[in-house]
Design a protein around this ligand. Structure first.
Ligand SMILES: Nc1ncnc2c1ncn2[C@@H]1O[C@H](COP(=O)(O)OP(=O)(O)OP(=O)(O)O)[C@@H](O)[C@H]1O
Ligand SMILES: [Mg+2]
Length: 352
């Protein structure tokens, strides 16, 4: 499996970029760079993506997400800093070596599908294998298998313009899967899709990855999507990573006002779980049917409505790890903005 590590990465667009990195290190801000006719697209980014992890990069338009992801596979050269793929720094590699690295280790899924209009669905899905020089039968077999994985069996001989947006995006995903790289880079891959199809694609990615266990670096500006998909989330603001954490950490301890603003729009009931609001079990945990640690807030609410008593929370080994009280569930629901299907009293309370 492939690991990806980024150390003190900078990308400056404009004149004298290296000098401007020095000025940024000395404390210059974005305005100063703009005055010099430059843009600091990525500033001092460091992180480590573990094998098999889904790492989401999240931020407003222009915060530097695409620039960052394009430096990970060498489509853009960093102004300074390093990108380590399997502990090898790719920043000094030749164009040919970078191409080979991408073909063997990293596939990318783009927001606007990037399909070839005059190639069939099968040929589009097999493109990565073709440029790698795979044999025709091998390309056809792996492309077919990838298309089956994304639910496009039977569409092999069609052309992209005969497909809906969601189906085109599936072809894009199949192309990346067919290449059988350990790492998938996905830049706003689902952002152009309407909400229902987007959700379906998220489900499909989660299901697929439960089997394939790829390392995924996923870019989005949709925090609900980030929280559904990400093991960890990096929040970017004006080129800088201002926080890296799990969905719960980002929700419960936003690093600054920028992150807090994103968090305000999140459907907390989907993200908060029994474990996140459990209190210490004490010496005598309550009896009653225990709930699993990952029980979502909405299910807890239903449970609490039926029987307003504290319940024990258990981990996968059925060990009691805490207690959830009706008051804690109520409070968690009141803190969130929208609770679809919740009682009116709670919706009103949530507006306070
Ligand atoms: N080739 C380029 N030349 C000059 N400036 C650029 C270039 N590419 C990006 N930028 C600038 O760098 C900043 C970051 O852009 P980037 O595309 O990485 O943002 P983003 O977070 O992906 O935004 P979006 O959500 O809109 O895709 C922006 O200010 C952008 O204008
Ligand atoms: Mg972008």
């Amino acid at each position: 499996m492939t690991s990806v590590r980024v150390e003190r990465l900078y990308k400056i667009f404009g004149p004298q970029p290296t000098e401007l990195v020095r000025r940024l290190e000395a404390g210059a801000d974005q305005q100063e760079l703009n005055a010099a006719g430059a843009t600091a697209a990525v500033v001092d980014a460091s992180f480590d993506v573990k094998e098999g992890e889904t790492f989401v990069v999240m931020g407003l338009s222009g915060s530097g997400k695409s620039t960052l992801i394009r430096m990970l596979n060498g489509l853009l050269t960093p102004t300074s800093g390093s990108v380590l793929v399997d502990d090898e720094d790719i920043t000094g590699m030749s164009a040919a070596a970078l191409r080979a690295m991408r073909q063997q280790k990293m596939s990318m899924v783009f927001q606007h599908f990037a399909l070839f209009p005059h190639r069939t669905v099968l040929d589009n899905a097999g493109y990565g294998l073709q440029i790698r020089g795979a044999s025709k039968p091998e390309i056809a077999e792996q492309a077919r298998e990838a298309l089956n994985m994304v639910g496009l069996e039977g569409w092999e001989d069609r052309y992209p313009q005969q497909l809906s947006g969601g189906m085109r995006q599936r072809v894009g995903l199949a192309r990346a899967l067919a290449a059988q790289t350990d790492v998938l880079l996905m830049d706003e891959a689902f952002s152009a899709l309407d909400p229902l199809i987007k959700r379906e694609m998220q489900d499909q990615l989660l299901n697929l990855n439960a089997k394939l266990a790829k390392t995924i670096i996923f870019i989005t500006h949709d925090l609900n999507e980030a929280m559904r998909l990400g093991d960890r989330i990096a929040m970017m603001r004006a080129g800088r990573i201002v926080q890296i954490g799990t969905a719960e950490q980002i929700l419960n301890e936003p690093a600054d006002d920028y992150v807090a603003t994103f968090v305000k729009d999140v459907d907390r009931s989907r993200v908060l779980t029994a474990a996140s609001i459990a209190e210490p079990p004490g010496t005598a945990p309550p009896d009653g049917e225990p709930v699993p640690a990952d029980t979502p807030m909405k299910d807890l609410f239903v449970r609490m409505s039926a029987r307003a008593a504290p319940v024990p929370v258990v981990d996968e080994q059925q060990r009691v790890i805490g207690v959830v009280t009706p008051a804690a569930v109520f409070e968690a629901l009141c803190r969130e903005a929208r609770v679809p299907g919740a009682a009116p009293a709670i919706e009103e309370a949530s507006d306070v």
